[in-house]
Design a protein around this ligand. Structure first.
Ligand SMILES: C[S@@+](CC[C@H](N)C(=O)[O-])C[C@H]1O[C@@H](n2cnc3c(N)ncnc32)[C@H](O)[C@@H]1O
Length: 491
C-alpha cells in the first residue's frame, strides 16, 4: 500500500487535480502543464500578463513558522498574520532580552528606571555606563542593544503602556486554540477552525486534542525543535491526510452498507484521494535529496545520508506513537515520510512576513519633527533595547500546490514579492516582464546575476543542474570558445 503513495501520479490524475484547483478558483490565469525531461511539470500563463501584474497569490497547504522565530513574531498559526497588539509584539521580544541581561549581569546593580512622575519625559532605559551587552556571551547582534527594565516590558505585555500612535497599526485580537494548547494562536475563529479540521486536532497538546498519546506527541515536537522543524510540517501533511481519509471513508460508509473487502477498498480509495495534494509534488527521499555540505568529505557521504535517515526514523517513531492509525498504516511508512520531507526540501518556499514593528518605528520616525520627537521620548528606549533586531520578520516554511510547480530560470519572467496587502503567509508572484498566454512562468531560485559557474554552484544546493535557456546558451558558448581556443593552439 505504501507503494501506491510513493508512485508518481499519472498525467491524467495530475490534469484532474490541477483542473480541480482551477475550478475552485485557485491560481486564476495560470495552469500546470507537463513539460517532460528534467523540467517535469511547470506553471504556464493561461492569459497575457503585463509587467508588474499579479500572477499568483496562493495560501499554503501546510507550513509552520520557524521555532526560533516564535519569540520575534506572534502570528496566526494558519495564515501567519501578526496578532495581538504592537505593544505585545515588542514586549515579547524584549522579555527574552531582559532575561538574558538578568542572567548575564545578575551581580550588576542596574537599579530601576528613573522616570518623571507623569512618564512623559522619563528616561525609560536602564542603561548603565558600560552596561551594554559587550562580552556578556549573548549573540553578536545583541551587542548594539541597550538594557530595559522588566517593569517597563511588563507594562507593554499587560497593555498598561499604550505606545503613541500604535492604534494606527491594529492587529487582530488573539484567538486561542480550540483544543486548549498554548503553542498555537490564531487571528480569527475561521483560521482556528480551519487549522483544527485540517490537521491540528491530531497535533494539539491541549486537553481537547484528538491525539491518543500526548506524551509521545510532545516528545515528537521536542525532537523536531531540537533537530529540524521541517518534521512539524511533515506531521501536518500526515495528520491532514489521515483526517481527510477518515472523513472520506465516513462519507462513503454513509452511502453503502457493504462490509469486508469493500471496506478495505474504501479505506484505500479514501487514502489515495486524501493524499492527492502531496502525490502531485516533485519528490525524492529526504536523505538522498539533501545536498552534501562543503565541509563533509565525499568519502563520508554514505554515513552522512544514513544519519539523516536515522533522524527521520526517530521522528517518525514518536509521531507513530502519537497518532498511528492501523487502517492507514502506509502513511506511517519511513519511505513515505522520507518522500514528504524530501518534497519539502525540493519545493518548499521560505515564507517571510514583514513586521508591523518595523513599520511602526518607521512611522514614528517619519512623523512631523515635533510630533516625532515627542513620540520618540516614549518609543526610543524600546527601539534602542530591540537594537538591530527591531526589524526581524516572521519567517517559516510552507508548501504550496501551484507555487511548487514553478521552475527555475536564470532569465525569469516572474518573482516572489510581497505587496503591502500581502501581510500574511501567502505565496505571491508578480510578472517582471510581460508574459504571453501559453508561456511558461519561471522565477529564479537564486541570485541570477552571477556567472554560469556561480549559478550552477548555487543551484547544486537545490539538487539539480540548470537547463534553462540562459544556461544552455552560455554552456554552448563556453564549449564553442574552448574548442576555438583549442583549435588556435593546435600546431
Ligand atoms: C520546485 S520544483 C518545480 C516543479 C517541478 N518541475 C515538478 O515537476 O514538480 C523544482 C524541481 O524542478 C526541476 N527544475 C526546475 N527548474 C529547473 C531548471 N531550470 N533546470 C532543470 N531542472 C529544473 C528540478 O528537478 C527541481 O528540483
Amino acid at each position: 500500500m505504501a507503494e501506491l503513495l510513493l508512485a508518481a501520479p499519472s498525467e491524467a490524475a495530475m490534469r484532474k487535480y490541477y483542473d480541480k484547483l482551477a475550478a475552485a478558483g485557485k491560481g486564476l490565469g495560470v495552469k500546470v502543464e507537463q513539460i517532460g525531461g528534467v523540467f517535469g511539470k511547470g506553471l504556464f500563463a493561461d492569459k497575457n500578463f503585463q509587467e508588474g501584474e499579479l500572477v499568483l497569490r496562493e495560501s499554503m497547504l501546510v507550513g509552520a513558522q520557524h521555532e526560533q522565530n516564535k519569540v520575534d513574531a506572534l502570528v496566526c498559526s494558519l495564515c501567519f498574520r501578526y496578532v495581538g497588539s504592537l505593544e505585545l509584539q515588542i514586549g515579547r521580544r524584549l522579555v527574552s532580552k531582559v532575561e538574558e541581561t538578568t542572567k548575564f549581569h545578575s551581580n550588576d546593580d542596574t537599579g530601576s528606571h528613573s522616570g518623571g512622575e507623569d512618564g512623559s519625559d522619563m528616561d525609560l532605559t536602564d542603561e548603565k555606563e558600560g552596561s551594554d551587552y559587550d562580552g556578556c556571551g549573548c549573540d553578536g547582534t545583541a551587542k548594539n542593544n541597550k538594557n530595559i527594565s522588566r517593569e517597563l516590558v511588563d507594562s507593554l505585555l499587560t497593555g498598561d503602556l499604550h505606545l503613541p500612535d500604535s492604534d494606527r497599526f491594529p492587529l487582530s485580537p488573539i484567538t486561542v486554540c480550540p483544543g486548549g494548547c498554548s503553542e498555537d494562536v490564531y487571528c480569527s475563529d475561521v483560521c482556528a477552525d480551519e487549522a483544527w479540521k485540517a490537521y491540528h486536532s491530531l497535533l494539539c497538546t491541549g486537553p481537547n486534542s484528538l491525539c491518543k498519546n500526548k506524551n509521545a506527541l510532545m516528545k515528537f515536537k521536542d525532537h523536531a525543535r531540537d533537530t529540524n522543524d521541517i518534521f512539524l510540517v511533515a506531521a501536518q501533511a500526515i495528520a491532514g491526510t489521515l483526517l481527510r481519509a477518515r472523513n472520506l471513508s465516513n462519507e462513503i460508509e454513509g452511502k453503502t452498507s457493504q462490509k469486508g473487502k469493500e471496506e478495505a477498498r474504501e479505506a484505500r480509495d479514501s487514502l489515495l484521494e486524501a493524499w492527492e495534494p502531496f502525490a502531485m509534488g516533485h519528490k525524492k527521499l529526504w536523505w538522498e535529496a539533501v545536498a552534501l555540505p562543503d565541509d563533509v568529505n565525499p568519502s563520508q557521504e554514505d554515513s552522512f545520508r544514513k544519519q539523516f535517515k536515522e533522524l527521520a526514523n526517530e521522528s517518525l517513531t514518536y509521531l507513530k506513537e502519537a497518532i498511528y492509525d492501523e487502517e492507514y498504516s502506509s502513511l506511517f511508512d519511513l519511505e513515505v515520510y522520507g518522500q514528504i520531507i524530501g518534497m519539502f526540501e525540493l519545493n518548499n518556499l521560505e515564507i517571510v512576513v514583514p513586521s508591523p514593528v518595523e513599520d511602526y518605528f518607521i512611522h514614528i520616525d517619519e512623523l512631523p519633527a515635533e510630533q516625532s520627537a515627542e513620540a520618540a521620548k516614549i518609543t526610543r528606549p524600546f527601539l534602542d533595547a530591540l537594537g538591530s533586531e527591531y526589524a526581524t520578520y516572521c519567517n517559516g516554511t510552507g508548501f504550496f500546490a501551484l507555487q511548487s510547480c514553478v521552475n527555475h530560470s536564470c532569465r525569469p519572467n516572474a518573482k516572489a514579492f510581497k505587496r503591502d496587502e500581502d501581510k500574511d503567509g501567502a505565496a505571491v508572484l508578480l510578472a517582471t516582464k510581460s508574459i504571453r498566454k501559453g508561456e511558461e512562468i519561471t522565477i529564479s531560485y537564486i541570485d541570477e546575476n552571477g556567472s554560469l559557474e556561480e549559478r550552477q554552484a548555487m543551484l547544486a544546493d537545490y539538487g539539480f543542474t540548470c537547463s534553462c535557456p540562459r544556461c544552455v546558451e552560455e554552456s554552448s558558448m563556453k564549449i564553442f570558445s574552448s574548442r576555438s581556443l583549442a583549435g588556435m593552439l593546435q600546431p
